[in-house]
Design a protein around this ligand. Structure first.
Ligand SMILES: O=C(O)CCC(=O)C(=O)O
Ligand SMILES: [Fe+2]
Length: 313
């Protein structure tokens, strides 16, 4: 199951605990993570107030109409499990780094904030939380580098413009119990840092069985995504998970950390050897992510965006 990892431990001890977690379940519960509770509370308060707005108001900032994958994604817009009969019942909001539009990276550009008068303080609460969790991500990447036998700073220049996405989520009490709030999937990027309220729903597929992850408000559930699994030549596991509707309302917030758009995701030097050749071709982090986003959204403004130009390494 998801092991508890105490981030107040010395980095080497923490790296050893992470190695164990990442090579088995691919999930860990982070405690003493350094993100102030006030930032978490402020984020959830803003998230609740936004999702409580009438549907037609929320739909004014539709992510499907954003060229940079920002804004509101309504219920049934995404189908994380392509084999499922029904789409995901969750609703969510995409927030990224606040940067000017880039010629090169279609995922970079200004955010789509809700009207300040409708959700006062949404932007400031989400921005404060974003900075805190991005910094937690940097601390995690240092420890994960050590866990992979790399120098502590190995990932720094590959994540200094990381594609970081904050995604507040809402699972409604009116959704049919047993239906999928979020269909079975693996995460696309490198690491995901999730906070939840006190409601269950998240399950992992371990040894062919769905196992519930108990809610741990105030902690972060970290999991490995496909990009880091690929980078580590499958040493680190990107584990299938889903969110089952229980008939109770649930709020959670995922923070996806993926490498710089132009980072080359190519088998790490510590994850290969004569008996363990690289299993995956090199790929640009941005291309990997764009392909996965396109594959799960029913309709997406990123559809036409460029992803030509294969990794040269
Ligand atoms: O809401 C949750 O607990 C998990 C959501 C999730 O897996 C995701 O957004 O990728
Ligand atoms: Fe996920």
């Amino acid at each position: 199951m998801a092991a508890v990892v105490d981030l107040s431990l010395p980095v080497e001890e923490c790296a050893a605990a992470l190695y164990k977690a990442c090579t088995t379940s691919g999930f860990a519960v982070l405690i003493n993570h350094g993100v102030p509770q006030a930032a978490i509370d402020g984020m959830f308060d803003a998230s609740r107030r936004f999702f409580a707005l009438p549907t037609e108001v929320k739909r004014k900032a539709l992510a499907t109409e954003s060229p940079h994958n920002r804004g509101y994604s309504p219920p049934n817009e995404q189908k994380l499990d392509s084999a499922a009969a029904k789409a995901d019942t969750k609703e969510g909001y995409y927030i990224g780094r606040e940067l000017p539009t880039s010629e090169r990276n279609p995922l970079q550009g200004p955010n789509a904030w809700p009207d300040e008068a409708l959700v006062p303080g949404y932007r400031s609460a989400m921005s404060a939380y974003f900075s805190e969790v991005l910094a937690l991500g940097d601390r995690m990447l240092e420890r994960l580098a050590l866990a992979l036998g790399l120098p502590q700073g190995w990932f720094a220049d590959k994540f200094d413009l990381s594609i970081a996405t904050l995604r507040p989520l809402h699972y409604s009490a009116t959704d049919e119990p047993g239906d999928m709030g979020a269909g079975a999937h693996t995460d696309f990027g490198c690491i995901t840092l999730l906070t939840t309220d006190d409601q269950p729903g998240l399950q992992l597929l371990l040894g062919g069985e769905w196992v519930s992850v108990p809610p741990a408000p105030g902690s972060f559930v970290m999991n490995i995504g496909d990009m880091l699994e690929r980078w580590s030549n499958s040493k680190f596991k990107s584990t299938m998970h889903r969110v089952l509707n229980t008939g109770a309302e649930r709020y959670s917030t995922a923070f996806f950390i993926d490498a710089n758009y132009d980072a080359v995701v190519e088998c790490l030097p510590t994850c290969t050897g004569p008996d363990n050749p690289p299993k995956y071709a090199p790929v640009l982090a941005g291309h990997h992510l764009m392909n996965r986003l396109r594959g799960t959204h029913t309709q997406h403004a990123l559809e036409g965006a460029r992803t030509e130009g294969a990794a040269s390494a």
